[in-house]
Design a protein around this ligand. Structure first.
Ligand code: URA
Length: 268
């Protein structure tokens, strides 16, 4: 039998990286396969004691995240009461209902100009965004900048945010529960920015904000109405720049979407 080759540390780290494991979640590694250390039971070392009544279990520590339904309800309540974007950001910094916050480095709230007439919404921060605390600063962010630039805009004339403001570990897809918990925050952010045109980037953002199950191939390039509760905003879904990096042939369609956005901004 051929012995298994031993992996070097570099190869092992390379393997982890390819599998999406690119950050450590705690200071010390935990060997979950190790046998628990032997500790003699008090019964082995102490003389028998008279039986005492067993104490009831302690209530859950306050640091435990609330159950998903409670987290969604408290996110809704909190977001509803934020009078300004700054208040919303502070409230999200303090919100503990989404477990993604525990593994992310920081909150990625938004970038750009809150007075802009156009707002772009992506899915969730990736590694670079998590490090810098700003949305779309990695490879797909560079392409987004070029897309915005192609219609004569830049980050000083656009506002950019994500449905999920904390990086999912290893860039995994956010769960439907995580999306539902974070949704009230981006909805309030949209209401407060109050743009004339909202652009949803890719499927997850489009489906979450428009409440549709239709895929991006069917929704992109079509105008939808988004009701903030106080006003109706025009929404145009288009491809996520990360998708365009993988499938450049779709840039032609994305360009059509950008022209439609530019025309709407001229006419609105
Ligand atoms: N992809 C997103 O959806 N958002 C970011 O901020 C970065 C990459």
């Amino acid at each position: 039998m051929t012995p298994e080759p031993t992996l070097s540390v570099r190869e092992l780290l390379g393997f982890y990286l390819e599998a999406g494991v690119d950050c450590a979640l705690s200071e010390e590694p935990v060997n979950r396969l190790a046998e628990p250390e032997f500790a003699p039971s008090p019964r082995d070392v102490l003389p028998a004691q008279p039986r005492r009544p067993v104490a009831p279990p302690l209530p859950l520590a306050r640091s435990e995240p609330p159950a998903p339904d409670a987290a969604i309800a408290s996110a809704r309540e909190a977001a509803r009461t934020a009078p300004t974007l700054e208040a919303l950001r502070e409230l999200m910094e303090r919100f503990d209902g989404c477990t993604l916050k525990a593994t992310a480095t920081r909150l990625v709230f938004a970038d750009g100009n809150a007075e802009a007439r156009i707002m772009f919404v992506g899915e969730a921060p990736g590694r670079e965004e998590d490090i810098e605390g700003l949305p779309f600063v990695g490879r797909s962010g560079k392409l987004l900048d070029r897309m915005i630039g192609a219609i004569g805009l830049d980050r000083s004339k656009a506002y950019i945010a994500n449905v999920i403001p904390w990086r999912p570990p290893g860039n995994r897809t956010p769960t439907p529960q995580e999306t539902q918990i974070c949704l009230p925050f981006i909805q309030r952010q949209i209401e407060l920015v109050d743009p004339d045109v909202l652009v949803t980037l890719g499927n997850p953002s489009t489906q979450a904000l428009l409440g549709t199950r239709e895929g991006i191939m069917r929704t992109r390039g079509r105008w939808f109405d988004y009701d903030t509760g106080t006003r109706t905003i025009r929404v145009l879904p288009t491809f996520h720049p990360a998708y365009l990096l993988r499938s450049p042939a779709y840039k032609r369609l994305a360009w059509q979407d950008l022209l439609a956005i530019a025309k709407a901004l001229r006419g609105a």
